[in-house]
Design a protein around this ligand. Structure first.
Ligand SMILES: O=C(O)C1=C[C@@H](OP(=O)(O)O)[C@@H](O)[C@H](O)C1
Ligand SMILES: C=C(OP(=O)(O)O)C(=O)O
Length: 447
């Protein structure tokens, strides 16, 4: 379901020090995968800590449309336990209606992969943002499995996929660093006989591989001269699991950033991911001189996590190497805000993928930061922010149906000289429904 079409403007004003404990919600990437693998397992999967945001609700509804049963157990918002009755690999049936994945690239791309090697037909659609995003990167490899695809202009939603009746296993080099491409191919490979192999030059988030192993699939990753080579044996019987979803490091980045830039702040964020395929931002922040203290390293839901204490302090600009990009791909909007409050220039290289997210994130950040007084340069695949230790503010920023653009500028407005308004805060519901309440509880002036 697409989110409300009624824009909800919101303004962030200069705030006192942020203090307290930030309990961010469940990881979006892990939540999608828990629902999809639960639907492909035989029997009942139980999920705790599932992110209850619009992107995830859309994936849950889609799994029901393909024949799984998905239900929420318990009363407390954000603490729900979910149960999925799976239909087994190859057990999906053709949905009666169009599958609307709303704003979610991960949802639509992983689900296309999951159904493309079963002889059923489904049509996928989404909101105006998702309808602008490239789908050929997914449908191309799915055609190699034997699926038949029609897409608007060969590239965009709506996309109709007729799944392959006799799928062939695939050996596939991903053309760009993308966990969504890797995951779509692996999920399609589940119902192909033999070994499906995905080769990625740069590692991307590995939640699909971790969770497939947890559900009993035979999957291994080798590091060779070609890069990360992931081999999955097709046609497993996936056994249902109990999945405890860890907290989302990409959501954690917003209160962390706010605490770093609002003078006098000190906050604690529990259960932040230390998965090396997700933690690039924290390495960059350390290089910028951020005061970060990690404690209680442990494993939660199969992911390495720790508790993070963040204190405000001076930051300096850095150059972010392109090899870091995949491990922090969703964190560049908020890094560009932090960079504006640092002293000196921060150069972000190898970030062309940002142009095909919920919005063109390089353009959205550059335009919004400039309107609020920052000096920013951009090229097709890089962005440079010339930090001056502060930001003037005073402008209204267009969020283009992009939750991360909205949250980034609301964090910036907490410390800019004049307030910053975002034209539409409603997309925040897609990934972090409690963002405003959580930030207000820390002391942020948002309204
Ligand atoms: O696999 C995933 O869960 C995701 C992969 C990334 O996208 P790409 O695979 O397009 O880089 C990321 O931007 C997105 O938020 C979540
Ligand atoms: C890019 C993102 O998500 P998706 O691709 O799932 O829409 C994101 O959450 O920043």
């Amino acid at each position: 379901m697409s989110h409300s079409t009624q824009p909800q403007p919101m303004t962030a004003r200069r705030s006192g020090p942020l203090k307290g404990n930030a309990l961010v919600p469940g990881d979006k990437s892990v939540s999608h995968r828990a629902l999809i693998l639960g639907a492909l397992a035989v029997g009942e999967t139980r999920i705790t800590g599932l992110l209850e945001s619009q992107d995830i609700i859309d994936t849950a509804r889609a799994m029901e449309a393909f024949g799984a049963t998905v239900e929420r157990v318990g009363e407390r918002v954000g603490e729900g336990e979910w149960r999925v009755q799976g239909v087994g690999v190859g057990g999906f049936s053709s949905p009666e209606a169009v599958i609307d994945c709303g704003n979610s690239g991960t949802g639509v791309r992983l689900i296309m992969g999951a159904m493309a090697t079963t002889p059923i037909t489904a049509t996928f659609t989404g909101d105006a943002s998702l309808s602008r995003r490239p789908m050929r990167r997914i449908t191309g490899p799915l055609e190699l499995f034997g699926a038949q695809v029609t897409a608007r202009e060969g590239e965009f939603l709506p996309v109709t996929i007729q799944g392959a009746a006799d799928p062939l296993p695939l050996r596939y080099h991903t053309p760009v660093a993308s966990a969504q491409i890797k995951s779509a191919v692996l999920l399609a490979g589940l119902n192909a006989p033999g070994e499906t192999v995905v080769i990625e030059a740069e590692p991307t988030r590995d939640h699909t591989e971790r969770m497939l192993a947890g559900f009993g699939a035979t999957i291994r990753t080798e590091i060779t001269h070609e890069g990360h080579v992931i081999t999955l044996t097709g046609r497993p019987e996936l056994r249902p699991c109990t999945v405890a979803v860890p907290r989302d490091p990409s959501s954690a980045a917003f209160p962390v950033a706010a605490a770093l830039i609002v003078p006098g702040s000190e906050i604690r964020v529990e259960g932040v991911s230390r998965n090396p395929t997700r933690d690039g931002l924290y390495h960059v922040l350390a290089e910028m001189g951020a005061d970060l203290t990690w404690e209680n390293d442990r494993t939660e839901g199969g992911e390495p996590v720790a508790d993070l204490t963040v204190r405000h302090g001076p930051l300096h600009g850095v150059t972010v190497a392109p090899e870091r990009a995949a491990s922090m791909i969703d964190e560049f909007p908020i890094l560009s805000v932090i960079a504006a409050f640092a002293e000196g220039s921060t150069v972000m290289n190898g970030v062309a993928e940002l142009r095909v997210k919920e919005s063109d994130r390089i353009d959205a950040m550059a335009v919004g930061l400039r309107a609020n007084g920052a000096r920013v340069e951009d090229t097709p695949d890089s962005m440079t922010v010339h930090g001056t230790g502060g930001l003037q503010g005073g402008a209204t920023v267009a969020t283009h149906l992009d939750h991360r653009i909205a949250m980034s500028f609301l964090a910036a407005g907490l410390v800019s000289e004049r307030p910053i308004t975002v034209d539409d805060a409603s997309p925040i519901m897609t990934s972090f429904p409690d963002f405003v309440a959580l930030m207000r509880a820390l002391g942020a002036d948002l309204g």
